[in-house]
Design a protein around this ligand. Structure first.
Ligand SMILES: C[S@@+](CC[C@H](N)C(=O)[O-])C[C@H]1O[C@@H](n2cnc3c(N)ncnc32)[C@H](O)[C@@H]1O
Length: 225
């Protein structure tokens, strides 16, 4: 992805435009506000408050710029929660590209430095970036990802159904949700008919909740037997 350009969104934070998908990586109403609302508040914090556990594992589908990881790491460090974070990304951005995001302005110096220092290593293997944070970027497609691990929270941050329909099929959702722990939650910025129907067919309970600024609603799904 040469000549990659970050573009300013409404809350002053940057996002990327993906020419192939014809889509931005985040909401133009605000990249950071969307990430905080959809993934941190409605996913990570929600789940953590339910369990009260001092340990949480997160699987992200579509790691991209790492914004969701940065905000998750900050939240966990601040609240003394151990975070195990696995981000799936078949097309990792280079460090030279990521560093232009400007996301250092939204997290502490310590978290940004850990991100900088470990980004290239995290693509190769699981790394402990601090006593609180373990991190890996799995360099493959979601459907090729296999593990016996179950995750407390899944951030489903794929491109939209319009530009990447294969990410929203029952086959893909089934594969992803198999990695969800009992009572684990999956959150995503979108609510579309196929997503609702497919989750229903998989026996996964979902709810519509208020969306990030500029979007009426988003979806949170919970796996329970
Ligand atoms: C909407 S962007 C994600 C934004 C990202 N979470 C961030 O904060 O920068 C979608 C991401 O999904 C990735 N992607 C594309 N195909 C994928 C696949 N088959 N499995 C997992 N991720 C995929 C893209 O490369 C892109 O980084």
């Amino acid at each position: 992805m040469d000549g990659i350009q970050f573009i300013r969104t409404a809350d002053g934070s940057n996002t990327l435009f993906h020419a192939g998908a014809g889509e931005y990586y985040h909401s133009m109403h605000g990249a950071v506000q969307e990430s905080r609302h959809v993934f941190i508040e409605s996913g990570l914090k929600y789940r953590q408050q339910q369990t009260g556990s001092a340990l949480v594992s997160v699987l992200e589908i579509g790691f991209g710029t790492g914004l969701n990881f940065l905000l998750s790491a900050e939240y966990c460090q601040d609240n003394q929660i151990l975070l195990q974070y696995s981000g799936i990304e078949p097309f990792p951005l280079s460090w030279e590209q990521i560093v232009k995001s400007g996301y250092q302005h939204y997290v502490s110096r310590e978290i940004w430095d850990l991100f900088c220092k470990n980004y290239e290593d995290a693509i190769q293997k699981k790394v402990s970036v601090s006593p609180y944070i373990g991190w890996e970027i799995i360099h493959r497609k979601a459907l090729d990802f296999e593990t016996n691990a179950k995750f407390d929270v899944i951030y489903f941050d794929a491109f939209s159904e319009k530009s990447q329909p294969e990410m929203w099929t029952i086959q893909t959702l089934d594969h992803i949700c198999r990695h969800l722990a009992e009572n684990g939650v999956l959150v995503t910025y979108a609510v579309n008919g196929n997503l609702k129907r497919n989750l229903q067919s998989l026996g996964i309970r979902w709810e519509k909740i208020p969306g990030a600024s500029g979007k009426r609603e988003m979806l949170r799904a919970t796996k329970s037997s």
